[in-house]
Write a protein that binds this ligand. Sequence first.
Ligand SMILES: C[S@@+](CC[C@H](N)C(=O)[O-])C[C@H]1O[C@@H](n2cnc3c(N)ncnc32)[C@H](O)[C@@H]1O
Ligand code: SF4
Length: 365
Amino acid sequence: MSGLYIHIPFCRQKCRYCDFASFACQESLTDSYLCALDTEASFYSNQKFETLYIGGGTPSILSANQLDVLCEIITRRFAPISSFAESTVEANPESLTTEKLKLLKQLGINRLSLGLQSMNDDVLKRIGRLHDVNTFLSAYDHAREAGFENISIDLIAGLPNQDEKDFLEGLQKVLALGPQHLSVYGLQVEEGTPFYREGIQTDDDLVRRELEKTHFLLQEAGFVHYEISNFALSGYESKHNLAYWKNEEYLGLGSAAASLQKGERRSNTTDLTEYLRRMRFGLSAVEFSEKLTGKAKEGEEIMLGLRMLGGVCLSPQKKTLFSSEIDSLCRSGLVTLEGDLLKLTFEGMFLANQAFMAFVGPFDA
Ligand SMILES: C[S@@+](CC[C@H](N)C(=O)[O-])C[C@H]1O[C@@H](n2cnc3c(N)ncnc32)[C@H](O)[C@@H]1O
Ligand code: SF4
């Protein structure tokens, strides 16, 4: 499997918790950005991909005409949108018009990922979202009317000013809509965000309680909890994201986009102006690249694979290299090793970062 990721780094307004590589009030640059994407795509054209993910930032901030241009670039440089086994567009409710929905469907996009975050208007306002619950509900209905049969919804657990009861009631309402996929993230407060500056701290107990209940509620509703933050009805697991966790190749285009090709990890400059400048001159956007080898490479593969709750199959080499780390994680109850299959335990699912540390270098030679 190999995936194509396209990053759209524009947002109408920055949400107060968000640390993603996206910029507010830069919409005047969207046309130049599409030209830049076309240039970058020309460096890699004719490569073959099974999945497409247009993420951000806020891809739905692009006008219908710009979305059409973007899909034309992908078609001309790589393949028609309808030929991808899975093609996702991330969208924010306030900018997902019926015109855009119809166009995306007609162009062959077959999956939408809608950012909701909370089913409480007051919470949405406080975290800096531009939509309210009703705007989300009508975007969701319009997406269904346009014929989208594979819709994912993003929620955040542990948001300030939202207690467990309110979160779970919101989750029930979301379930009642009948989405195929849900991503539920525990709030992370990152340096540099308004949340961080305001001194908002993650309430680990609240996040844990909400995520634990989410696990059981969604399981009861027939969802497979297939990755730490991801739940799907059977057959609707995100093919594109699964490929990341299986350490398969992908190409990322756009500012801040990351790639893994021929064993090399690359990431593009996060500086939008610099990205546009480099593309104007036909220069590479890559800011960082590395080729992991030895224990670091094996460790990275385990760490990515462990995110999948079905576990990761270890080669004899991986088992030998990490035998003491795995023993210690098994003893602390964070993972199990049965035969070659290494898995997070239920406890480990909530303390995954602790488990991952064992597989991240630097390692002694
Ligand atoms: C690439 S982001 C944004 C997608 C889209 N722009 C939106 O806001 O709906 C994907 C998801 O990451 C989650 N996310 C972003 N920042 C987060 C944070 N600090 N803590 C937890 N989840 C976060 C949100 O659920 C968000 O929808
Ligand atoms: S959460 Fe989405 S809309 Fe909000 S700033 Fe981040 S990328 Fe933009």
